[in-house]
Design a protein. Sequence first.
Lengths: 140, 134
Amino acid sequence: MDFLTSLEVSGSGLYAQRKRMDIIAGNLANIETTRTEGGGPYRRKMVLMSTKPSENFDRVLNAQVEGVQIDGVVEDKSPFQMVYNPSHPDADENGNLFKPNIDLIVEMTNMVMARRAFEANLSAIKSTRQMAIKALEIGR
Amino acid sequence: MPEKLSFDRTFRALEHAINVAHQRHNVISSNISNLDTPNKKGMDIDFKKAMVRALESEDAMSLSKTHSGHMGPKMDGAQQAEPFEDEGEWNGYNWINIDREMTKLIENNLQYRTATEVLLRKIAIMKEVIRGGR
């Protein structure tokens, strides 16, 4: 039992949320991208999160204390948005243009949620710090 | 630990309180870092139950002595509290809710600091006695 366990756990939370933020930023930047290396419009990306068992020595004792990790970045398989725009060079023969399956409102909501979760982890770290300082006062 | 020398039950109770609060802090931190893990259920430690358990196991360990020279069993302060699955509310993604976890975090933080503060004051009183009130 040490403060490093909770710091490690909260740190993994900070990292995961920051990574999630990177992916959201990428989605927002590519909201109008109609050409990608693999062909077709940009597909919305999402992060997958799962629990990460503590890497500490006493992980048997801390079996219930788990951090978080990013399992991977996956593409959203939902259909692309279709708009009629025959003047666009990427439009098909019927004049339909496929745009990325990104909903601005969804991305903004996710961004706020990522930020809140980041702040929550930060508060946990601050709390850990306060507790450690208080514990150090014993025996002063 | 010499039992007669002021290191009484209060000291041990405070030690357990700090220990349990620390373990609960780890568990709550873990919940907060898993805010976005799908289908995850939060864990929690019942502070009262863990305290009762710690104090009871301590009582069970103090053996009766038939001779003044008998030594007591080795006291192990680091009792492991048992976390349980927290009854959370389903938020459409998992069972961990940020508001609840933050409240628990602050509450537990206060409990930890209270226990530490009381311990500090007790030590201050002992220092006062050692100095002979000067």
